[in-house]
Design a protein around this ligand. Structure first.
Ligand code: NAP
Length: 542
């Protein structure tokens, strides 16, 4: 059968019905493509479908963590808080699915088990977990950067008689926690958000901590009509700023969270009095206001000490304060964590911290978790232990490109891509916010809009030129990987003491690579537009 007369179920199959997949479906369909979206979950929303644990909330301002493609939607949708909670974002994404009539082309509860590129026909063949087989010319992966859950395999874990839950797979029907003995493992963004809420619900909460966290008060509050109207009145300007900025942000809340307050402030030149004033004015955020701490490890160490001082001032018990004080790794090597009363929660009588550095795990038994000092009896054990991030959702699919090459084998030493859009030897496959792009660093919705728009233009170009095969040249891929590596030099993400999901250091045995381009979304998109203007330089097309 020739490439043109093969039977296709769709022109494009999109994997995932989260933010990326929903928007990709809308755009590709408007461009005239027949699209099918395959989604493992029972509902749309991706991250915002799965992560429905108590306290789950976005830590990017709601008015920025939303799509800008439709000014009417922007004006009509009302956000209730500066940082929206999970139910509100899930509602927003369901509204999008309905408003643009996306549901007919989305197949829920249809996970992708395998994908194989058929070289004879230049098509992708999908085997779903439901036993169906589907074929398309192109595929676009909207599988997310933080969507492949990771859970430690502690000895005896299957013997636990209580309930085991993961924050990232939280059951829709909820979990009975009231009055029960609840344990939680992990204190990254998910754990830090969940812990204060779980403490309010549980009879007793035990927190198993491996690494103390740097976390900053979220400064969340209800969004007043006045605040919302003010931003809505200049939304085009806000969006333009997001689309053109390195991290797709417009700093609409003015909060000192992800940004450094003053680029000229240097902690290495500060006096003890200035540092004391910073603590009084900014509390925990005093550790985030010094520009030199982002690049200089000595400056960073001084900022860490300010943070530790703030922990000591917040926690009543000095030994507990010591356990909760981050040590041995720099601020900024892990993603900033935002909280609502995290440290204060540990002053409660019904909350216990188990510091796994001092008191390691021995095993899980039916009654609970045994550490070196004894048994913690539990009814519910919650894992907030993060994700096989950036590449995991892709490598967990049995994806075979040319000559049967398996993606997870190709990426055993870390993902290699051309600008996160495509992979050599995996023709006709595009990724949204893939490894090697700016990825998880930029605010997702505007970032997704830019990337989907670029992919849609590319698909239009291929169809207009009657091409059925597009593939990255390996030299272009290698050059890009070298550029990603060069852009990371000197960043805290690559500090030897840094173990984070950014660099694969959170998962035993995973390659230690930073598959994120630190050069900024503005530069990244300028480069992508240049490629397009040069007939998609770096791609071989026929
Ligand atoms: P994470 O940041 O990777 O944190 C995982 C936690 O589990 C860490 O404290 C880690 O300890 C611990 N852990 C992992 N394996 C362990 C083991 N074997 N034994 C003991 N502890 C273990 O994952 P996350 O909290 O789910 O957050 C991931 C990312 O998702 C965030 O950085 C953020 O980008 C996103 N997120 C955002 C929000 C939000 O918008 N507010 C909320 C949730 C998640 P170590 O530090 O020692 O590895």
């Amino acid at each position: 059968m020739g490439t043109n007369d093969v039977m296709l179920d769709a022109d494009v199959i999109v994997v995932g019905a989260g933010m990326s997949g929903l928007y990709a479906l809308k755009v590709f369909r408007e461009r005239g493509f027949r699209v099918i979206v395959l989604e493992r979950a029972a509902g749309v929303g991706g991250t915002w479908f799965w992560n429905r644990y108590p306290g789950a909330r976005c830590d990017i301002p709601s008015l920025e963590y939303s799509f800008g493609f439709d000014p009417e939607l922007e004006q009509e949708w009302e956000w209730s808080e500066h940082f929206a909670a999970q139910p509100e974002i899930e509602r927003y994404l369901n509204h999008i699915a309905d408003r643009y009539d996306l549901r007919p082309d989305i197949r829920l509860e249809t996970g992708v088990a395998a994908m194989t590129f058929d070289e004879k026909t230049d098509t992708w063949v999908f085997d779903t977990e439901t036993g169906e087989q589907l074929r398309s010319r192109f595929c676009v992966m909207g599988t997310g950067g933080l969507s492949a859950p990771h859970r430690p395999d502690w000895p005896g874990i299957d013997t636990f008689a209580g309930e085991i839950v993961q924050t990232s797979l939280w059951p829709e029907e909820g979990v009975a926690l009231e009055g029960r003995r609840v344990g939680i493992v992990g204190n990254g963004s998910s754990g830090v958000q969940a812990i204060p809420e779980l403490a309010k619900m549980a009879g007793h909460l035990t927190v198993f901590q491996r690494t103390a966290a740097f976390t900053w008060p979220s400064q969340n509050k209800p969004l007043t009509d006045k605040e919302q109207d003010e931003i809505k009145s200049r939304y085009r300007e806000v969006r333009a700023q997001q689309y053109a900025s390195p991290l797709a942000t417009a700093n609409t809340t003015g909060a000192v969270i992800f940004t450094i307050a003053d680029p000229n402030k240097r902690i290495l030149e500060s006096t003890p009095e200035e540092r004391e004033t910073a603590l009084a004015e900014h509390g925990f955020s005093a550790a985030r206001i010094w520009a030199d701490s982002a690049k200089d490890l000595d400056a960073n160490a001084m900022a860490v000490e300010l943070f530790r001082e703030m922990v000591r001032r917040t926690i009543n018990d000095p030994e507990l304060a010591d356990s909760l004080s981050p040590k041995d790794y720099p601020i900024g090597c892990k993603r900033p964590v935002l909280d609502n009363g995290y440290f204060e929660t540990f002053n409660r009588d019904d909350v216990t911290l188990v510091d796994l550095r001092k008191d390691p795990i021995v095993e899980v038994v039916p009654e609970g978790v045994v550490t070196s000092t004894g048994l913690q009896e539990l009814d519910v054990l919650i894992f907030a232990t993060g994700f096989d991030a950036v590449s995991g959702a892709l490598t967990r699919i049995d994806m075979r490109g040319k000559s049967g090459r398996l993606l997870c084998d190709e990426w055993v030493d870390g993902p290699r891509t051309f600008m996160g859009f495509a992979v050599a030897d995996f023709p006709n496959m595009f990724m949204i916010i893939g490894p090697g792009s700016v990825g998880v660093l930029a605010t997702y919705p505007p970032h997704i809009e830019l990337q989907v728009g670029w992919i849609a233009d590319f698909l239009d170009y291929l169809v207009a030129n009657e091409k059925t095969h597009v593939e990255v040249e390996s030299e272009a891929q290698e050059e890009w990987c070298a550029e990603v590596e060069a852009a990371a030099v000197g960043s805290m993400f690559t500090a030897p003491s840094c173990n984070s999901w950014y660099n694969g250091g959170n998962i035993e045995g995973k390659a230690r690579v930073l598959p994120i381009y630190l050069g900024g979304l503005d530069r990244f998109m300028a480069r992508a537009r240049d490629l397009a203007a040069n007939d998609y330089e770096g791609f071989s097309i026929h």
